[in-house]
Ligand binder design. Structure first.
Ligand code: DX5
Ligand code: ZN
Length: 215
């Protein structure tokens, strides 16, 4: 069974407490929190105060996905805001290994996020040191986009790299996950499914989480 991580990017920000409660009482495993800076990606979402507020209510793992330039500057602050997993983009980090060490030093699990065009081979020299790969299956920046089918091949490549190196990293697929493609994605090797639009545009979001969980 995959872990399900609903993305709060598609939540109703005017009723955030209601949506946090819904996830708490659902079969979801994690909260996925998308931080966007308008520089690494062409959109701005939310940041530290919102994550700290969610953390006061959330009873599940907070999985924070940074789509920002120079993420190293804020690692300590995201730890204090309550992040359990912190993912930085490989494309945003010239000193990726140091960023991973800093995330671990702050007591968090370290994730590396990777864009659809970035080869899996670029993860070779860090894969043994990380806890999560957040593999983008859309171009980051917006919820509700269409899954890029080429990503399926990359899941298999990543799975092989993880097996070859004895890495413990989980494979998380982020973007365009629906009830129609979830089973194929899990069969390809995904451990964690992020879902924003699919969950929050459903008439009954908790029921949709349950359906994704049991695909
Ligand atoms: C996209 C974000 C995703 C987004 C996924 O840049 O990283 O986490 O919320 O949304 P859906 O599931 O709607 O594609
Ligand atoms: Zn994300």
């Amino acid at each position: 069974m995959p872990l399900i991580a609903p993305s709060l990017l598609s939540a109703d920000f005017l009723n955030l407490e209601r949506d946090v409660d819904m996830i708490n009482s659902s079969e979801a495993d994690w909260f996925h929190l998308d931080v966007m800076d308008g520089r690494f990606v062409p959109n701005i979402s939310f940041g530290l105060p919102v994550i700290a507020a969610v953390n006061r209510k959330a009873t599940k793992t907070l999985d924070v996905h940074l789509m920002i330039v120079e993420p190293e500057k804020y690692i300590g602050e995201f730890a204090r805001a309550g992040a359990n997993y912190l993912s930085v983009h490989i494309e945003a980090c010239p000193h990726l290994h140091r960023a991973i060490q800093m995330i671990h030093a702050e007591g968090m699990k370290a994730g590396v996020a990777i864009n659809p065009h970035t080869p899996i081979a670029t993860l070779e020299d860090v894969i043994a040191d990380i806890d999560l790969v957040c593999m983008m299956s859309v171009n980051p920046g917006f919820g509700g986009q269409k899954f890029i089918p080429h990503t399926l091949k990359k899941i298999a490549q990543l799975k092989a790299l993880i097996a070859a190196t004895g890495s413990k990293a989980l494979i998380e697929i982020d973007g365009g996950v629906t009830l129609d493609n979830a089973a194929t994605i899990v069969q390809a090797g995904a451990d964690v499914l992020v879902a924003g639009n699919t969950v929050f545009s459903a008439p009954d979001p908790a029921e949709m989480i349950q359906k994704l969980k049991s695909i």
